[in-house]
Design a protein around this ligand. Structure first.
Ligand SMILES: [Zn+2]
Ligand SMILES: [Zn+2]
Length: 376
């Protein structure tokens, strides 16, 4: 049971609800977009190197997403059967980057699946792709949705969208715009991150490539996607991704934002990111808190976004920065709220040049929804 006593936290209202009551779960962090040596344009990035690095920076899970077109769709006999594709502690999702003429998407699955079938229909009409995708029971996610290789398919095919691709935060403005459009149109679509890292640091016996420099700027964990999973398992990670219980932060050492609501007015927070409920037309109390390695002397700027527009911004600092606010979701129409946190990015010594690229974006939340149609 996640039961936080917030009396010690520096809540800005004296009547801050005391507890968060959302059933048991655990926050797990990982990277959902990484290329290994099975992607032909990657360099010095064996699976064992990726796994060892991920363990060293205390990741919980990882999805290695090699380009499927580099192996004619047969990721099952390349990435997944690589003898190095195993770990005693890191949870390894099954997936690949679906690399098509009309753009790229990532597949995330708790179990091996027949990726070849998805590869084989990549140039067909969306209605046929949708049937195959459904029969495979996989989570499909739109990658880097604007710019080169943007996801040129119907967003009805996906459960999530890569709203934070690589350490270069400023390149994601159009992805955020597309996300807000999809949310505003009634789609409860999870926003997630992915480093899209291709290049590792060469070992003594390896030859550097012309892209080796990239490993200092962008590598595993830039950004880091946090999921609130019911258990420490692959299926719980995919469930959390489906459900939107997801926050993204600049790197594994940066704090994550958590976002809750007390929809029933009981004084207990009974909703979190990804949750959807029917609006009563009464005021709802929300809480935003920064968790993890907050920098106590730095000021953080929290922006609350309601239906794609800024509702308010707050400046906070301290060991466990918390704000609460109250708003009335529309009684009849749909309303969603999401938050972003800007400030100083924590140092990431293993990827030392990433912080400068990340700008001020520390963490972003997924939405809390009112009056969305669960059967949309
Ligand atoms: Zn791509
Ligand atoms: Zn990629």
């Amino acid at each position: 049971m996640l039961l936080l006593n917030l009396n010690q936290a520096n809540g800005q209202e004296s009547n801050t609800p005391k507890t968060i009551d959302l059933g048991s779960g655990v926050w797990l962090k990982g990277d959902l977009h990484v290329h290994s040596r099975h992607s032909t344009e990657s360099s010095n990035n064996s699976i064992s190197k990726i796994i060892n690095f991920s363990k060293a920076v205390k990741m919980d899970y990882l999805c290695i997403t090699d380009h499927d077109n580099h192996v004619n769709g047969d990721v099952a006999h390349h990435t997944w059967t690589d003898p190095e594709f195993k770990s005693d502690s890191l949870l390894l999702l099954y997936g690949a980057e679906w690399t098509t003429t009309r753009g790229h998407g990532n597949v995330f699955s708790a179990n091996p699946y027949d990726h070849q079938r998805l590869f084989d229909v990549r140039d067909q009409r969306d209605v046929n792709i949708g049937k195959v995708k459904k029969s495979l029971n996989i989570h499909l996610s739109a990658n880097h949705p604007s710019g080169k290789d943007n996801f040129g398919f119907s967003y009805d095919l996906v459960q999530s969208i890569e709203v934070w691709n690589s350490a270069m935060w400023t390149k994601n403005a159009n992805a955020i715009m597309i996300w807000d459009d999809m949310l505003s149109s009634g789609r409860m679509m999870t926003g997630r991150g992915g480093s899209d890292a291709h290049h590792g640091t060469p070992t003594a016996s390896e030859k550097p490539s012309e892209n080796t420099y990239q490993a200092e700027y962008n590598y595993i964990g830039t950004p880091t996607t946090w999921v609130y999973a019911k258990t420490r398992s692959l299926s719980a990670i995919v469930d959390a991704l489906n459900h939107g219980r997801v926050a993204v932060s600049a790197n594994p050492y940066s704090p994550r934002v958590e976002f809750y609501a007390d929809a029933t007015g009981t004084g207990k927070f009974d909703m979190m990111m990804g949750d959807n409920t029917v609006s009563t037309g009464k005021p709802v109390k929300f809480q935003v808190q920064l968790m993890g390695n907050t920098l106590p002397n730095e000021m953080y700027s929290i922006t609350v976004i309601k239906n794609g527009k800024t509702l308010n911004t707050y400046q906070i600092k301290g060991d466990a920065p918390v704000i609460t606010f109250t708003d009335i979701p529309d009684l009849k129409g749909r309303t969603y709220y999401r938050v972003t946190v800007e400030g100083k990015i924590n140092d990431y010594p293993q990827v030392p040049k990433s912080m400068a690229l990340s700008g001020k974006m520390v963490s972003l939340s997924n939405p809390i929804y009112f009056n969305f149609d669960p059967k949309f």
